[in-house]
Design a protein around this ligand. Structure first.
Ligand code: IPT
Length: 955
């Protein structure tokens, strides 16, 4: 087996489209025989005629490392073995696969037969009945081999030797698990005489005339014709002047098209649309588009990259329900059926070539295949296989050459070939900022400031004196093919990016990194299913939890980041002004008006719904807004109310495959919160210890600890991120630890009783340094056993770094049972990630209070809280704000426990409820990869005061 050649596979037929045909096919999916050898040297030379009775069984499609042979491994930029191209390491598992099968008669009856492999990682050598068919390169690319005259009646033996690593591995370092195997379909295809080898169908829509055309390049061995039944068309050539509705991601209108010869019919689903660049904007059908995107890896927690049709449909529908309209297929073409789903559901797609050579960045790009002529054919083969396979899909608006592969002549050649082969789409390659050839300027993780600058320069004509490359780049639209990093608690700063994308026409949107957390589920002997990360399989080189950075969990549960992203990018934005009795409805769709949207309004006063009405949806053109009047019952003043909230929701008006009518697209609110009536002090006493300064109990509920002043949080993945471009790039998590913020020490300075009140002054310091926080607390008994706390906080000395938060922390000696609160929810939020939080009267179950991050970290804060009841097994603690709202975090885990553990399944609940009432909180940012928390969301030491009512209800 030759696996050290910088070259394409051998023997495969020229690439062509993945076509739905009526010619017979036979799937070879199922149970195969399998034997693993640890190295190529130990893999027997003679094996293809072996009796496989003693071999193991393996499911194809499948990855052997997920079926009990060897182990998965995760590394991102770094290679799991030395950078010694084109050689794989000696320790290179070899998987021999054998299938004995009988070919269907219908196949054998055809003039010719092919076998197609849709994906083998990383290199396959294929034999049928002892004849060598060839080899594959390009794990996510299809390879077809001619088996005419080799495939026979009766028993056939297919033997496939797969190397886990090969020369191809140097081109496939794509920030995902290394998952070898025949992981996509294997299919036998009949090729009838006079059949259709290939079709390239380009559906165009001319916005000026409102008509479509269909350009067809058909490679057939007979006369062909094309039929569009819906349009009553039956013709023998390309078609023009078609009365069609255009395809867009918002209106994914497809037409069934059949291309036929006397012996074969090929069915296509064609969308008519025109993609072009004008005045730095990406236009589709003449209108600019904004990409509300995600980067999507193929990942299933048990099956890896094996396609599961229902699962993939469900995940794309989940995207649609969260207003996502674009997908970058990072960093390889997905299973071919996924493209059909993109067409059908409506997504703008950047289809990316199966190419990343990021490991060369570790050696200053020495030997990078993008720049080495020796690899040219291998790379050209990859882009051609990508483009040919998916060329008939309306959803694909850009071809991407790959990811993070440096620069070089081979990339240029790939771009040039693609542009020439398919001028109907744009080309993309992020790795070359000079943009000499690509049609869009693309970047990843550029800061807000830089993105704003890129937007601004698009408005100015190219300044004199620019070099030609820069001048060309100024004419291009800009996208962030990766922009916020959805790792752990976060990402913060999405709204601020989005505001820029909305503001500058040149900015055509972005793609969150990434859609799904690529955790691998392993069920232990104890029956417990645990999510594994890099390193958990004993890898010597790995990147830990950097593979857990998605908007949804491995099981596709939305993380708060997804909920906030959905609100940020929502195509309908609503602003309510109850005092003026108006709402502004902004249509941010690019192609449709609001006929598909219904509006409902509700007014809730102090928790009671007092009015619920449907509103007439205004006719608003795409990218326009209208103001509507609200009926009086939504806006008449009510002086006595504490919280008077008018919410207008935009719902889908019609059923769609991805959501029934009535699905909420977005909402807007006007919230009027008044100070609650001043509480009346009562006789009695407060149970505050003048020794420790702690609240021993309230209303019969024992308080195990607190209040303690807290300035630290269990570091998030983003808190561990280096702050590139900042004066001090040291991660906040490290600076907090250095500053001792996680180990504060308090003492009571004074305590005194004044009538029924107790006044306590505490001073909280950090080890080593002289910075401190003085907290002055006055406790006053109220009617019914509750207490009032007036709190004044003043920092002293010099604080080495901003605080994570400023709060007072309590511990109750019983596990949490739930949380009811009045404030912004129900989703967990932080100051720079709160777009989806809506004021309301919310009730959370115990398992909804925090986020079950795979890597334990701070989570679960609720913002803008004015009233909360923390339920515990010992009773509940009610906390009410007397002036400013607070942020509330309730957790079954202490911060020390969260910070100490590396997997969620290692966490041990201490049976206590940890409550933090935060007066200030830092944003979360996206520094795990990208900019840190924006300065305006950082918390410099400062004085603050507040007043609260605490009420205990012993349970
Ligand atoms: C960027 C990669 O393109 C992407 O694949 C992923 O690894 C992401 O980072 C981090 O999760 S590259 C980064 C070094 C900017």
């Amino acid at each position: 087996m030759q696996i050290s050649r910088p070259a394409p596979g051998i023997g495969a037929l020229a690439p062509r489209a993945h076509l739905a045909t009526d010619a017979p096919q036979q799937s070879l999916a199922g149970s195969w025989r399998f034997r693993l050898s640890p190295t190529l040297h130990e893999a027997p030379d003679e094996w293809r005629d072996d009796d496989t009775a003693a071999w193991d069984e393996i499911q194809v499609p499948g990855h052997w490392v997920l079926q009990g042979h060897g182990a998965p491994a995760y590394s991102n930029v770094q290679m799991p073995f030395p950078v010694d191209p084109p050689h794989p390491p000696q320790a290179n598992p070899i998987g021999d696969h054998i299938l004995d099968f009988v070919a269907d008669e219908s196949l054998l009856a055809a003039a010719e037969q092919l076998i197609r492999f849709d994906g083998i990682e990383s290199a396959g050598e294929i034999w049928l009945n002892g004849e060598w068919l060839g080899s594959t390169r390009g794990s996510r690319l299809a390879h077809e081999f001619d088996v005419t005259g080799i495939l026979r009646a009766g028993e056939n033996r297919l033997a496939v030797r797969v190397a886990q690593f090969s020369d191809a591995t140097y081109l496939e370092n794509q920030d995902m698990w290394w998952l070898p195997g025949i992981f996509r379909d294997v299919t036998l295809l009949a090729r009838p005489e006079g059949g259709i080898r290939d079709v390239f169908a380009t559906g165009d829509f001319d916005p000026a005339t409102g008509t479509g055309s269909l350009a067809l390049v058909v490679d057939a061995a007979a006369e062909w014709s094309v039929e569009i039944p819906e349009l009553g068309i039956d013709s023998t050539g390309s078609l023009e002047g078609l009365a069609v509705e255009p395809w867009t991601a918002e209106t994914p209108r497809l037409y069934d098209v059949v291309v036929r010869t006397p012996s074969e019919s090929v069915s296509l689903r064609i969308g008519f649309r025109r993609v072009e660049v004008k005045n730095t904007e990406i236009l589709v059908n003449g209108s600019p588009i904004l990409l509300r995107g995600v980067n999507r890896h193929e990942h299933h927690p048990e099956k890896g990259r094996v396609y599961d049709a229902e699962w993939v449909r469900a995940e794309l529908e989940l995207m649609k329900r969260h207003n996502i309209n674009a997908v970058r297929t990072s960093h390889y073409p997905p299973h071919p059926e996924t493209l059909a789903l993109f067409d059908e559901l409506g997504f703008w797609v950047i289809d990316e070539c199966d190419y990343e050579s990021h490991e060369f960045v570790m050696v200053d790009w020495r030997g990078n295949p993008s720049a080495d002529p020796a690899w040219r054919d291998a790379l050209m083969d990859r882009i051609q296989r990508t483009v040919h396979r998916d060329k008939n899909h309306a959803s694909v608006i850009m071809w991407s050459m790959g990811n993070e592969a440096g620069v070089g002549q081979n990339i240029d050649a790939m771009l040039l070939w693609t542009k020439q082969f398919d001028p109907s789409r744009l080309t993309h390659y992020e790795g070359d900022w000079s943009c000499g050839i690509a049609d869009v300027y693309s970047r990843m993780y550029a800061s807000h400031d830089e993105v704003a600058q890129i937007g601004r320069e698009g408005l100015e004509p190219a300044a004199a004196g620019l070099d030609a490359a820069h001048a060309r780049r100024l004419t291009l639209p800009f996208i962030q093919c990766e922009f916020v990093h959805a790792m752990g608690t976060g990402p913060g700063g999405m709204q601020e990016y989005w505001d820029l994308f909305e503001q500058y026409p040149r900015l055509a949107g972005g793609f969150v990194w990434e859609w799904v957390e690529q955790g691998i589920a392993v069920t232990g002997d104890d029956g417990v299913r645990r999510i594994m990360i890099g390193g958990d399989f004993g890898e010597k080189v790995h990147d830990g939890n950097f593979v857990i950075d998605g908007l949804v969990s491995p099981d596709r549960e939305p993380r708060p980041g997804l909920i906030h992203y959905a609100a940020t990018i929502a195509q309908v934005q609503i602003r309510v002004d109850a005092s003026r009795a108006t709402a502004t409805i902004e249509n941010r769709f690019d192609h449709v008006d609001l006929a598909g949207v219904t509006l409902v309004a509700e007014r809730i006063v102090d928790g009671e719904s007092v009015a619920r009405v449907g509103l007439d949806t205004p006719q608003v053109a795409p990218r326009h807004a209208a103001e509507i009047a609200l009926p009086a019952e939504l806006s008449d003043p009510r002086e006595s109310a504490v919280a008077d909230v008018v919410t207008v929701r935009a719902l889908t008006a019609h059923d769609a495959s991805w959501a029934e009518a009535g699905h909420e697209i977005s909402s807007g609110q006007d919230v009027r919160v008044a100070a609650p009536p001043a509480p009346v002090p009562a006789d009695g006493s407060v149970d505050v210890s003048t020794g420790s300064g702690e609240l021993a109990s309230v209303g019969g509920l024992a308080i195990a600890a607190g209040p303690a002043v807290g300035i630290w949080r269990a570091p998030t993945d983003n808190d561990w991120g280096r702050l590139h471009g900042e004066e001090d790039p040291t991660p906040y998590a490290e600076r907090w630890r250095r500053g001792g913020y996680d180990r504060t020490v308090s003492r009571v300075v004074s305590s005194a009783t004044e009538g029924a009140s107790v006044r306590v002054h505490t001073r909280t310091g950090v080890p080593i340094l002289d910075a401190a926080i003085d907290a002055r607390m006055t406790w006053t008994p109220l009617e019914g056993g509750s207490v009032r706390l007036d709190l004044e906080i003043e920092p002293d000395g010099s604080w080495p770094v901003e605080w994570a938060r400023l709060g007072i922390d309590f511990v109750i000696d019983a596990a949490p049972t739930g949380l009811d609160f009045v404030g912004d929810g129900p989703v967990s939020a932080y100051p720079d990630m709160r777009a989806a939080a809506r004021f309301g009267w919310w009730s959370l179950a115990a398992d909804e209070i925090t986020v079950d991050s795979i890597t334990p970290q701070e989570s679960g804060a609720r913002q803008g809280v004015i009233d909360a009841t923390v339920g515990t097994e010992a009773g509940s603690l009610r906390i009410r704000a007397l002036d400013a709202p607070f942020a509330l975090t309730v957790s079954p885990h202490s911060r020390d426990e969260l910070a100490a553990k590396t997997h969620n399944w290692e966490l041990e609940a201490d049976g206590k409820t940890h409550v933090s009432i935060d007066l200030l909180q830092s944003g979360v940012g996206t520094a795990s990869c990208g900019p840190g928390t924006l300065p305006r969301y950082r918390v410099a030491a400062r004085a603050i005061r507040t007043s609260l009512i605490l009420e205990g209800i012993a349970g």
